[in-house]
Design a protein around this ligand. Structure first.
Ligand code: CO
Length: 290
């Protein structure tokens, strides 16, 4: 930790003097340096202006998903969903973060049934009666990033598929109960994992969530199969996603070799995902996107 003179400007960029900004915070953080799990670096701790920027980006992300929710229909192609996301995002002054991200060709991910995540929208895949569909939207606005995804039920969805979607959504609330400053990120992932297993499902291990805000994907990487008391220390000003991928069958996955993106369940079982972006506050958490 680099030492700062008490009257110098704080490292967080708030413009305030260090002594009235993050000095006490740094003293407290120092005590955790000896623990075997990581503490956050300064570059992932957001100041109030940055948080306001991420909130504004998040409002667009939410509005885009609300728009998708209103218009998504059986018989629609996944490319039509993508068009809605692109149109609405740009109309609101944002840029779809996935577009061109590491070569991703579209503005959002659409993942149907046994597709776990990163489904690429196309004009040959249509929403069918009984499908469960994840639409994952991410926005850049004024340089700030936000990210969230929701599940949509198309037509008559089976009771068992509905339950999968429902339990997955509930797992976010279970995880959120563990999001508190000066606790460990692993507590959150452990709570999600326990809840999902108690309900008879499995959680994907290889793909997780991420810090977000100034970049699309920042530290820390976020697991939903972690152990209590492990992983990065949570502190006020951290922003990350909670986005567990929950399989009805086994947790194993594979990536489609044809496009190098689409992630599917190995056993062909259904998979669901909900994603929110959360801020760690002085007292707990604030949900930025849903
Ligand atoms: Co994400």
């Amino acid at each position: 930790m680099e030492k700062i003179e008490r009257n110098a400007p704080c490292w967080c960029g708030s413009g305030k003097k260090y002594k009235v900004c993050h000095a006490a915070f740094d003293d407290k953080l120092k005590k955790y340096e000896k623990e075997p799990y990581p503490i956050p670096t300064r570059d992932i701790i957001k100041n109030e202006a940055q948080i306001e920027g991420i909130r504004a980006s998040s409002r667009i992300n939410i509005a885009v998903l609300d728009y998708v929710a209103e218009h998504i229909r059986m018989g629609m192609s996944t490319a039509e969903i993508d068009d809605m996301v692109y149109q609405k995002t740009t109309e609101l002054g944002g840029i779809p973060a996935p577009l061109g991200y590491e070569g991703f060709p579209r503005s959002c991910c659409v993942s149907i049934n046994s597709v776990v995540c990163h489904g690429i929208p196309d004009d040959k895949t249509f929403l069918e009666d009984g499908d469960i569909v994840n639409v994952d939207v991410s926005t850049i606005y004024n340089g700030y990033f936000s990210d969230s995804s929701r599940m949509f039920l198309i037509g008559n969805v089976s009771e068992e598929a509905r339950r999968l979607v429902d339990i997955t959504e509930q797992s976010l609330q279970v995880g959120l109960q563990e999001v508190k400053p000066w606790k460990r990120l692993g507590d959150m992932g452990a709570a999600v994992h326990d809840f999902i297993r108690q309900n008879g499902y499995s959680v994907v291990r290889e793909i997780g969530g991420h810090g977000i805000g100034l970049e699309f994907h920042e530290e820390p990487w976020v697991s939903y199969v972690s152990e209590k008391g492990t992983e990065m220390l949570l502190v006020p000003g951290m922003v990350f996603t909670i986005e567990p991928m929950v399989n009805m069958g086994k947790p194993d996955i594979f990536i489609d070799e044809e496009d190098d993106w689409t992630v599917c369940t190995e056993d062909g079982s259904l998979s669901a995902q909900w994603e929110i972006t959360v801020l760690v506050t002085e007292t707990g958490y604030e949900i930025l996107t849903y």
